[in-house]
Design a protein around this ligand. Sequence first.
Ligand code: IMP
Length: 429
Amino acid sequence: MSNIVIIGTQWGDEGKGKIVDLLAEYAENVVRFQGGNNAGHTMVVNNRQFISHLVPSGILQGKTCFIGNGLVVDPAVLIEELDDLEKQGFPIPPDKLKISEQAHVIMPYHRRIDHAREIKKGKNKIGTTGRGIGPCYEDKATRRGIRFVDLIDPEFFKDRLSTILEEKNFYLTQYLQSESFEPQPILDEYTQYADRLAPYITNVSAVINRCIKSGQNILFEGAQGTYLDIDHGTYPYVTSSNTVAGNACCGAGVGPTAIDSVVGIVKAYTTRVGEGPFPTELSDETGDAIQKKGAEFGATTGRKRRCGWLDAVMLRNAMRLNGVSGTVITKLDVLDGQESLKICTGYEADGQRLDEFPVSLKVLADCLPQYEALPGWAESTSGIRRFEDLPFNAQRYLERIEELTETPIYIVSVGPGREETIIRKNPFD
Ligand code: IMP
C-alpha cells in the first residue's frame, strides 16, 4: 500500500495532469484536495485531448475519483465536464466520483465579484482566472459559504442565500459598481445542480480512510503550484488555497501518517500566468521560442504563459516546503535544439547573494538571477524511453537539476503522450 501526493513546484502548469494520469494506473483512487476550476489539466490518450478543470485526472483510467473538502466547486462546470466525458464515451457513475459534502460551492456572485474586483484594481490586478475562486474561499473563511451539504438542503439553502445576498448585493452595487442578484433565478438554477449532483455527494474523508485501511493505493493530485500557495507563494499574486503537499491532509480529511511520499513536478524551464515578479523571465526571442514550442497557453483562460529559464532557487525552496521525495521533469523535449541553456542558482539583491527565495516581493522584483550556463543538445528527445539514451548534454542538464535540488529525478517527460516518458523509478514501487 502506498499513498502519494503529486504537487507542482513552480507557478502551476508543470504538466501534473499527464503525470497523474500516468501514475493513476498504479492507484485505485485519485483525490483532489484544493483549488477549483482555476486549474486545467490537459491529458492526451490515443491522440485524443481532454481538458478537465475539476474532475481528477485518473477518471480516464476508470479510477475512483474524489473531490475533497478543500475544493471550491462550480457545479455548472462540474456537470459540463461529466456531460462531456459521457459524450466522449466515459460516463461517470456515482461510485466513480465522490464529492465532499464539505466542499464549498461557487455561486454566481463569487464570479461577478472576482471580475469586478480585478477591473477596479486596474494595473494592480492579480490576474485571477475570473472563476470566483478567491471570493468563494473568502466566504469559507468568514463563515458565509455554502457547502454541498447546504446546497442539497432546500430550506436551509434558501434561507442562507437570502441572508448572504443582502450583503453581496450591497458590496456589488455600492463598492464595485456592478449589478445585483435576485435570489429566485439562483435558487432555480442551483436546485437543478443539487438534484443532478446529489448522488455524488458524500463523506469523502470517511470513504478515503476506508480505502486506506483496506490497503488500496491513493494518489493525491495537487492543482496550481507551490508559488501560488496562499502562505508560501509570491503573495499577493497567488491563488486562495494552500497548494503545498501538506494540504493534501486537510483538504481530503486524512492524517499526515497516511502519506508515504511526495512527488514534485518540475517543468524543464519556468512559466507563469497572471501578474507578479518572475526573476528568470525571458522577454526576448528565446522566451518567445519556448512559449511557442511548449504551446504555453493557460488551459483555463487561454492566456499566453510568460516563460523563463529554470530557477533552482525556487526549486530548492519548493523541495523543502513540500518534503519532495523525488521529482518528475516535464517538457524536456521543448528545450531540444537550444544551443545553450541556463539555470538560475542564486539571486543577487543589493549587491548581496541570496541563497533562499525572498518573501518580500519588492526584494524579489529587484533580484538579479545568477546563472550557470550549460550546453544544449540538437537531437530530438521525444522518441527516447531510457535515461541512458538521452543526448549527453540532456543527461548533464538533468543531473545538474538533481544536484541543485538534492532530490532524485524519478521520471522525465519528453512529450504530451503517455508513452513519451522515461521512468527511472515508479513512486508506487
Ligand atoms: P485565481 O486562482 O483564479 O484566484 O488566480 C490567482 C492567480 O493564480 C493568478 O495569477 C492565476 O493566473 C493563477 N492560477 C490559478 N490557477 C492556476 C493554474 O492552474 N495554473 C497556473 N496559474 C494559476
